[in-house]
Design a protein around this ligand. Structure first.
Ligand code: NAD
Length: 456
């Protein structure tokens, strides 16, 4: 490994670390280590695998603060958010520590005997993850994959590899055998692409952009790899006139400015019923002015910088002289990839800002007349990941929820992700579900065995 990967701190533009840059050769070596470790790991008794995963959870808990500081600095996220994410890594490993002993099958009576099913691990699984929630998203994949008896090769985003590399050390310290967790820190075009085409990789679990997801699905088809994809979003936040308007408006800013808008679940389109539009906008502007943009390590900060200069410029390209800007927040002076929290209103639903994933702190507000129009606007997108519905009418909330082509919805809330509930998208937001009780299905094959009890 001759080349270097320079890791930048987005809040200061300073070099945070220089690490070896993995490429195709390092990806091959990691797959070979994972392949060698697989037979012994799948043979570990379920209760022992459970104990090891629980030990990983408790070691991450012991290291929560340094991991959170590293994540906050590398990804530019507020320290409070980073602590929450590392806390979710702990919770995810603790939750899936129960899974090895619950990989259940069916028993099916058939003529002359019994049929029954068992869940078998796939083998070596490649996990390719983005920079917005680095270790958290990696844990959503690693924990169920390892619980099911697979070995993993994790390729974190090249902009944010540091917590994954630290995790690899902690996994060994927790007692996971060498080769069970392997981290390859390098670019997607070399290390990532090699993992996707590698004949010894049984499955790719990918989170990232829809464009890269398409190319991964096409490449994985050559070896009929199992593929799950968690991709982009353009989620709707629907506010009906009968909602608690103050509460909906107070929640709307952080539903899109959280993580500086770099969140696949960002409610980046707020659909507001026309009769309460002005009242809602006044409350939204007030709530948005409370966002504190600044140093990620300052406890008061609620929004940090964007991940890179290139990404900041891409976000800025959605806001030009013709944009209906109704609010631009403040940003710090000096270095850092800052972009202000920005409200666009009222936005043409067919415009680029309202249809493409901006992945930054820019929210589009769009008025609607009635329930039918709200559903039509919400569904008028290639994406279908997340969304919110604000109303006091329970029947309407559930009617609209059922009508939306969306994987995860919250009613009178912004919540999208819980360890114990499935998460994933409709349409071009992805294929498959992570988290929840069935996530191990995506890391196992069902095998059917017939046992003859009489001659037939
Ligand atoms: P990205 O698609 O650019 O990169 C994601 C990962 O894929 C990185 O590790 C990258 O190195 C790798 N990669 C890139 N090209 C590759 C290739 N040809 N072969 C193999 N690997 C390759 O995404 P990003 O910019 O890191 O993240 C932002 C995107 O992720 C947004 O679109 C966001 O919506 C999406 N996202 C989705 C979810 C979800 O759960 N649905 C969660 C977080 C982020």
């Amino acid at each position: 490994m001759s080349e270097t990967l320079t890791v930048i701190e987005p809040a200061t533009e300073a070099v945070l670390a220089e690490i070896p840059r993995a490429g195709a050769a390092e990806a091959d070596a990691a797959v070979a280590r994972a392949k060698a470790a697989f037979p012994a790991w799948r043979a570990v008794a379920p209760a022992d695998r459970a104990r090891l995963l629980a030990r990983v959870a408790s070691l991450v808990q012991d290291n929560l603060e340094p991991l959170a500081v590293l994540e906050a600095r590398n990804a530019g996220k507020p320290i409070g958010d980073a602590r929450g994410e590392i806390g979710m890594v702990v919770d995810t490993f603790a939750y899936y520590a129960a899974a090895p002993e619950r990989l259940l099958g069916d028993t099916i009576p058939v003529a002359g005997g019994l049929g029954f099913t068992v869940r078998e691990p796939l083998g070596v699984v490649a996990l390719i993850t983005p920079w917005n929630f680095p270790l958290c998203i990696a844990a959503w994949k690693m924990a169920p994959a390892l619980a099911a008896g697979n070995t993993v090769v994790l390729k974190p985003a090249e902009l944010t590899p540091l917590t994954a590399l630290r995790f690899e050390e902690l996994a060994l310290e927790a007692g996971l055998p060498p080769g069970v967790v392997n981290v390859v820190a390098g670019p997607g075009s070399t290390a990532g692409a090699r993992l996707v085409e590698h004949p010894d990789v049984a499955k790719v679990a990918f989170t990232g952009s829809t464009a890269v997801g398409r190319s991964i699905a096409a490449s994985a088809a050559q070896t009929i790899k199992r593929v799950t994809l968690e991709l982009g979003g353009k989620s709707a936040n629907i506010v009906f006139a009968d909602a608690e308007i103050e509460r909906a408006a107070a929640a709307a800013p952080m539903a899109v400015f959280g993580n500086a808008g770099q969140d696949c679940c960002a409610r980046s389109r707020v659909l507001v019923q026309s009769s309460v539009f002005d009242t809602f906008m006044d409350a939204l502007h007030w709530a948005a002015s409370e966002v504190v943009v600044g140093d990620p390590l300052d406890e008061a900060t609620t929004m940090g910088p964007l991940i890179s200069a290139a990404h900041r410029d891409a976000v800025a390209s959605f806001v030009d002289a013709d944009s209906p800007v109704s609010m631009h927040g403040e940003i710090p002076d000096g270095p850092g990839f800052w972009y202000p929290p920005t409200v666009l209103s009222p936005v043409d639903p067919a415009s680029r800002a309202a249809t493409e994933e901006i992945f930054g702190p820019v929210v589009c507000v769009i008025p609607f007349r009635d329930e039918e129009e709200a559903i039509r606007l919400a569904n008028d997108t290639i994406y279908g990941l997340s969304g919110s519905i604000w109303t006091r009418d329970g029947g309407k909330a559930l009617r609209v929820a059922r009508a939306m082509d969306t994987g995860v919805l919250s009613i009178n809330s912004n919540s999208s992700v819980r360890v114990s509930t499935p998460f994933g998208g409709f349409k071009q937001s992805g294929i498959g579900r992570e988290l929840g009780p069935h996530a191990t299905d995506a890391y196992t094959e069902s095998k059917t065995i017939y046992y003859a009890t009489e001659e037939h």
